[in-house]
Write a protein that binds this ligand. Structure first.
Ligand code: MG
Ligand code: ZN
Length: 216
């Protein structure tokens, strides 16, 4: 490289800017006493269903805001809104994950003094969302019985960057002869201490334990 060439590390700069934006959001949440959780997982794993189940339990105790990340639709936000929860849709169009700047934009016109708890549903994909801080307290990754046995082994980095794992649709494990213990040991391979919850968002199994673990 000659001294006429300027080299910049785009990836490093972008991630640096994201961390800064996330720190600002974290401060704002803290100032308003707002608890916050980011739910990640691939399409069809039951992220929306999990948020609906949690809202059923928590909406009597907290005023909840849900931010719904999606490429194109408002399906998830509409479903959660039907539980009496306020929602903001973030249509990312082409972006396959939420970043901290999108969260800032989504919150720009929101009166945060109205809320005590924020759920973020990330864009449905298990690869990149975990790489972007959003300024939330906890990042939960959701995998499910219907996605096959290799979700953890194929996405170790996502597991590593999460604060807890939810294994959803546990009510289907028996009928699909799914080896839940094997999935749990895959998680243990990646992180020995990561909290794991066996849940059925649909039937409510395991939701109270999850709520307790979140300190909500
Ligand atoms: Mg969803
Ligand atoms: Zn992405």
């Amino acid at each position: 490289m000659t001294d006429k060439t300027v080299s910049i590390d785009i990836k490093k700069d972008l991630f640096g800017a994201n961390e800064e934006a996330a720190a600002i959001t974290a401060d704002i949440f803290k100032k308003h006493g707002i608890r916050s959780v980011d739910i990640m997982g691939s399409v069809g794993t039951g992220k929306t269903e999990l948020i609906e189940g949690l809202c059923e339990i928590l909406s009597k105790k907290y005023r909840i805001l849900m931010l719904a990340g999606d490429l194109a639709t408002t399906i998830d936000a509409d479903r959660v809104a039907s539980h009496g929860v306020d929602t903001v849709q973030i249509n990312t169009r082409t972006a396959c994950h939420l970043d901290a700047r999108m969260i800032q934009l989504a919150l720009k016109d929101v009166d945060l003094s109205k809320y005590q708890l924020v759920f973020i549903e990330n864009v449905g994909n298990l690869i990149c969302p975990a790489g972007y801080s959003l300024g939330v307290e906890k990042k939960i990754v959701v995998v499910s019985i219907t996605e096959g046995p290799y979700m953890i082994r194929k996405h170790p980095l996502t597991i590593k960057r999460s604060d807890m794992v939810v294994i959803n649709k546990i009510d289907l494990a028996e009928v699909l002869s799914f080896d839940v213990d094997a999935l749990v040991s895959d998680i243990r391979e990646v992180d020995e201490r990561l909290p794991v919850f066996k849940v059925s968002a649909k039937t409510g199994i395991g939701l109270t334990e999850l709520v307790d673990a979140l300190g909500l």
